[in-house]
Design a binder for this molecule. Structure first.
Ligand SMILES: Nc1nc2c(c(=O)[nH]1)N[C@H]1C(S)=C(S)[C@@H](COP(=O)(O)O)O[C@H]1N2
Ligand SMILES: [Mo]
Length: 467
């Protein structure tokens, strides 16, 4: 090894416009991981030097620092360059199985950090132990694995809420399917005998600037062991900077907010990040990414048992649980990718057939059927799945062969999952609260999360005679 650094693995973190990144407070042994998490901020950079003035050559193949999101992702409609946020600018990528990187949406809460991947390591803490798992080790000492996963931002579809929701106005484009390659989280946890040390993992990113809460998510151990991946490649390329270079957590089937980018720490613990002791780590777990009906406020919880977001909504509506839902396992959804909104079509052949194409997925649940309606949901007909089936974490492609007369049409699609749950019709009035779902409508919620109602995702087309 030509590692010039002393015994302990260290990394240099170079920062962009966002200022010094706050990777403090991770050093030192502690009896309880929570104790070190309750950090006064700003101390202990000794073990893990943070510098704004160091230089490094980007790893070969990694994108050059300094590029704008518009440059690296020309297929996105940019909502913000600082921090980078963009969704696919049209629905064309819903007609193909794998989403090219330049069309795969990006959502960041802070600036994309500039990281020297050769120096990067993940700090794994469990019980009283703390180890550094470096990139070489991840790549070379564990079997390589990959997962095809449809990632969707919880805020995809926010633009359709009425009353409006403030925040990035994501409509249809904040979902994409990529092949994520790396090391299974289970293999790493087992090799250090870390899995038995707790029932939760708090995964945190290296992007939070000094003084800001760390982007951290609490993942139940069962899911971590089932299929999570520490990914360093996306669609067979070196993981791009904006998608988490050099390594991110990928939580298959779950909303994108769970897949922590620039993964810096994995803490094996016995509860979710909650309360004052987890001050730096609780914000993105407890305050954000909750389904909050009108007038409600989130409270911190240490533990939940149900991760299916739809089931959580139902349980909260029925008063069976005392917490408001967390954004984990994705709800069933389908999107038509062809034709597109307000287009004029002609039948493609003498038979007068138009092929409607789209994708459908349902998180951890398989998607079992897609129906298409050409009259805004009055009548439905079954679509056909085709193409690869990589398991529930990835969407299925569907097609529907349509033989229309000339005229105006309102196309919508509706997926059903393995529990016979069909997409709701529309977004409910805020007064309906969480029980809207029982009436076939999607609950309006304060942050505009999880919208899978079929009417807002429909489109209008004109069919002209082929003569
Ligand atoms: N460290 C860190 N991880 C993060 C985020 C972040 O801001 N910081 N954003 C999350 C959100 S909200 C989403 S939807 C996905 C987006 O991943 P992508 O940009 O690769 O599409 O990353 C998640 N992981
Ligand atoms: Mo997100």
């Amino acid at each position: 090894m030509d590692d010039p650094l002393p015994s302990r693995r260290r990394f240099l973190l170079l920062v962009g416009a966002g200022g010094l990144s706050g990777l403090s407070g991770c050093g030192g042994q502690s009896v309880s991981p929570e104790d070190s998490a309750d950090d006064a901020g700003g101390d202990s950079t000794e073990d893990r030097p943070v510098t704004a003035s160091g230089t490094s050559t980007p790893e070969r193949g990694s994108p050059r620092p300094g590029n704008t999101l518009a440059e690296t992702h020309p297929g996105l409609r940019i909502e913000s360059e600082s921090p980078p946020v963009g969704e696919a600018e049209d629905r064309q990528h819903y007609t193909s199985y794998i989403t090219p990187i330049d069309r795969h949406y990006v959502v960041n809460h802070y600036e994309t950090p500039t990281i020297d991947g050769r120096q990067w390591s993940i700090t794994l803490t469990f019980g009283t132990k703390e180890v550094e798992v470096g990139m070489e080790e991840l790549r070379n000492e564990f079997p390589t694995t990959s997962v095809t996963h449809t990632m969707q931002c919880s805020g995809n579809g926010r633009a359709y809420f009425d009353p409006d929701i403030s925040g990035y106005q994501l409509s249809d484009g904040a979902a994409g399917t990529a092949i994520w390659t790396g090391t299974s989280l289970e293999a790493v946890l087992r090799s250090y005998s870390a899995a038995q040390a707790g029932s939760w993992i708090v995964a945190s990113g290296g992007d939070g600037p000094e003084g800001e809460p760390t982007f951290a998510r609490s993942i139940p151990m069962a899911k971590a062991l089932a299929d999570c991946v520490l990914a360093y490649k996306m669609n067979e390329e070196v993981l791009p900077r904006d998608h988490g270079y050099p390594v991110r957590l990928v939580v298959p089937g779950w909303f994108g907010n769970n897949s922590v980018k620039w993964l810096a720490e994995l803490r094996v613990v016995d509860r979710m990040a909650a309360g004052a002791r987890w001050r730096r780590y609780r914000r993105w777990q407890q305050e954000k990414y909750r389904i909050l009906p009108q007038g409600s406020e989130p409270t911190d919880h240490d533990h939940i048992d149900e991760f299916d977001t739809w089931t959580q909504i139902r349980a909260a509506a029925a008063g069976e649980v005392d917490y408001l839902p967390y954004m984990y396992d994705q709800v069933g959804k389908s999107v038509i990718g062809y034709p597109t909104e307000r287009t004029t079509l002609r039948a493609r052949d003498a038979d007068g057939i138009i092929e409607i194409l789209g994708v459908a997925w349902a998180g951890d649940d398989p998607v079992v059927s897609v129906e298409v309606s050409t009259d805004g949901g009055s009548t439905w007909d079954e679509a056909t799945f085709f193409g690869p089936d990589a398991g529930p974490a990835a969407w299925r492609r569907f097609r529907y062969l349509w033989e229309p007369e000339p005229g105006e049409y309102h196309l919508v699609s509706r997926a059903s999952d393995g529990q016979a749950r069909a997409q709701p019709r529309a977004i409910a009035d805020p007064d309906a609260g969480l029980s809207a779902l029982d009436d076939g409508e999607y609950p309006w919620n304060q942050r505009g999360y999880g919208n899978d109602a079929y009417l807002p995702h429909g489109l209008h087309v004109t069919v002209e005679s082929g003569e």
